[in-house]
Design a protein around this ligand. Structure first.
Ligand SMILES: [Zn+2]
Length: 290
C-alpha cells in the first residue's frame, strides 16, 4: 500500500494532488495578525512549508484532494485549482486529472463530489472543457456543499470581489446541469462518512469525519491551512472570512482531535497531509505520518 492511502475500518482514503506551489503573497501579508519573526519557531519543524529550504519569505502550499471509498460509493473531496493555467500562480496548471488517471480512478466512477467550501482552490476541476464548452467533469456525480457557501459566494458583492470568474465556470455550470445537492447542516454521505459544519474560514465550510469499525479519521479542510496553527490557533490567514469564528472552530476541533488521537488529514499541509495532533513540552504540534 502506498503512503498516499489510509484505511479506516472498511473505508479507504486516497490522497490526490492538484499541485504544490509557492503562494505569491508574502507570509507577512498573507498572515496579517502574525509577527513575521513568529514563523521562526516553526521553520525547522515544518521546513517544507516555507520557500528556500525553510528560510524563505513565502509559503509552500500543497493543493491536495482526497478520494474516499465507503460502502460501494466513491466520494471525491475537493477538486483543486483546476486545469488552469492559474494566472496569479505564474500560469501553473492543476494535475488532479493526471493523478486520478495515474491511480486508475475513472471520473465516471465518482458518485459524489464533496466541496469543503467554495474557494477557487477547492472547486477547479468541477468542470472541464469539451468542444469549446465547459461540462461537468464527473458526469455521474452529485455535487454536494453547504447551502451557506452556495448562497454566500453567489452574492453579487462577494462575486464581484473575486479576482476570477470561477463561480460561473465551476459552480453555475454544475448548477445548470441540475447536479448540485446543497446541505443544510451536518449530513451523512454514507453510514461511514459524515460532513460536519466547521464554519469561519467560510460561512458554510465543512469537514469530513470517516468512522468505520471503531476507527476514525478527520479530513479538516481549511480549518487549518498551515501546521503552525496547531500550536498558534489564533493565527488567521487572509482567507479566513470570519477570523474570530475560524479561531473558535480551530480551538474546538483541535481539542477534540488531540483528546481522542484521531488521525487528521490536511489538504494544504505537505502531501499526503496525513498526521496527528501531538503534545510536546506542553504545546500542541502537527506530527506528519500515520
Ligand atoms: Zn484552500
Amino acid at each position: 500500500m502506498g503512503d498516499f492511502q489510509m484505511i479506516v475500518g472498511n473505508a479507504e482514503i486516497v490522497a490526490l494532488s492538484d499541485m504544490n506551489c509557492v503562494y505569491p503573497t508574502p507570509l507577512a501579508d498573507l498572515w496579517p495578525n502574525v509577527p513575521y519573526e513568529g514563523w521562526d519557531a516553526f521553520r525547522d519543524r515544518y521546513g517544507d512549508t516555507f520557500t528556500d529550504g525553510g528560510h524563505g519569505t513565502h509559503m509552500n502550499i500543497e493543493i491536495g484532494c482526497y478520494l474516499v471509498r465507503s460502502q460501494g460509493k466513491t466520494i471525491l473531496i475537493d477538486t483543486g485549482y483546476g486545469p488552469g493555467p492559474v494566472e496569479y500562480l505564474g500560469g501553473l496548471k492543476g494535475e488532479l486529472w493526471a493523478d486520478l488517471t495515474a491511480k486508475k480512478i475513472d471520473s465516471a466512477q465518482v458518485d459524489t463530489v464533496f466541496l469543503s467550501h467554495l474557494h477557487l482552490d477547492h472547486v477547479g476541476w468541477n468542470s472541464i472543457e469539451q468542444d469549446g464548452h465547459l461540462i461537468p467533469a464527473f458526469p455521474n456525480a452529485r455535487y454536494v456543499m453547504h447551502r451557506a457557501d452556495l448562497d454566500h459566494f453567489r452574492r453579487p458583492d462577494v462575486h464581484a470581489r473575486s479576482r476570477y470568474p470561477y463561480m460561473d465556470e465551476c459552480i453555475e455550470v454544475i448548477a445548470r446541469a441540475g447536479m448540485i445537492d446543497p446541505l443544510d447542516g451536518d449530513s451523512n454521505l454514507t453510514d461511514e462518512v459524515r460532513a460536519v459544519h466547521t464554519p469561519g474560514h467560510t460561512p458554510g465550510h465543512m469537514s469530513i469525519v470517516v468512522s468505520s469499525q471503531g476507527q476514525r479519521a478527520h479530513i479538516q479542510g481549511d480549518v487549518l491551512i498551515h501546521p503552525a496553527q496547531v500550536t498558534e490557533e489564533h493565527w488567521t490567514p487572509l482567507f479566513d472570512g470570519d477570523p474570530a469564528l475560524a479561531t473558535l472552530t480551530r480551538h474546538k476541533l483541535l481539542n477534540e482531535l488531540e483528546a481522542d488521537g484521531t488521525p487528521v488529514i490536511s489538504c494544504h499541509f505537505p502531501a499526503p497531509g496525513f498526521g496527528r495532533i501531538v503534545r510536546v513540552q506542553g504545546r500542541r504540534y502537527w506530527q506528519a505520518g500515520l
